[in-house]
Ligand binder design. Structure first.
Ligand SMILES: [Zn+2]
Length: 52
Protein backbone atom coordinates (compact mmCIF):
# COMPACT_ATOMS: atom_id res chain seq x y z
CA UNK A 1 0.00 0.00 0.00
CA UNK A 2 1.28 3.38 -0.92
CA UNK A 3 0.34 6.37 1.12
CA UNK A 4 0.08 9.50 -0.89
CA UNK A 5 1.06 12.59 1.02
CA UNK A 6 -1.81 14.98 1.33
CA UNK A 7 -1.29 18.03 -0.77
CA UNK A 8 -1.36 21.21 1.19
CA UNK A 9 -1.83 24.84 0.38
CA UNK A 10 1.64 26.38 -0.14
CA UNK A 11 0.45 29.64 1.36
CA UNK A 12 -1.09 28.65 4.67
CA UNK A 13 -0.50 24.91 4.88
CA UNK A 14 -4.14 23.92 5.06
CA UNK A 15 -5.56 21.08 3.03
CA UNK A 16 -6.08 22.36 -0.45
CA UNK A 17 -9.35 22.45 -2.27
CA UNK A 18 -9.87 20.91 -5.68
CA UNK A 19 -11.67 24.02 -6.76
CA UNK A 20 -8.75 26.26 -5.94
CA UNK A 21 -5.87 23.83 -6.37
CA UNK A 22 -3.12 24.02 -5.49
CA UNK A 23 -4.43 26.40 -2.89
CA UNK A 24 -7.06 25.99 -0.20
CA UNK A 25 -9.13 28.98 -1.18
CA UNK A 26 -9.40 31.90 -3.56
CA UNK A 27 -7.90 34.05 -0.83
CA UNK A 28 -4.64 32.12 -0.83
CA UNK A 29 -4.64 32.03 -4.61
CA UNK A 30 -4.92 35.80 -4.69
CA UNK A 31 -2.18 36.09 -2.13
CA UNK A 32 0.15 34.00 -4.22
CA UNK A 33 -0.67 36.04 -7.29
CA UNK A 34 0.03 39.27 -5.46
CA UNK A 35 3.31 37.86 -4.28
CA UNK A 36 4.34 37.16 -7.85
CA UNK A 37 3.25 40.55 -9.06
CA UNK A 38 5.12 42.19 -6.23
CA UNK A 39 8.25 40.25 -7.11
CA UNK A 40 8.01 41.04 -10.78
CA UNK A 41 7.39 44.72 -10.67
CA UNK A 42 8.94 45.92 -7.41
CA UNK A 43 6.90 49.08 -7.37
CA UNK A 44 8.38 51.87 -5.33
CA UNK A 45 6.43 52.92 -2.29
CA UNK A 46 5.78 51.96 1.30
CA UNK A 47 5.48 48.25 2.04
CA UNK A 48 1.99 46.91 2.57
CA UNK A 49 1.07 46.32 6.18
CA UNK A 50 1.16 42.63 7.14
CA UNK A 51 -2.17 40.91 7.01
CA UNK A 52 -3.46 39.30 10.12
ZN1 LIG B 1 -4.33 28.45 2.01
Amino acid sequence: MTKQPQRKCPICGKVRSDEHAPFCSSRCRDRDLLKWLDDGYSLPGPPAPPEE
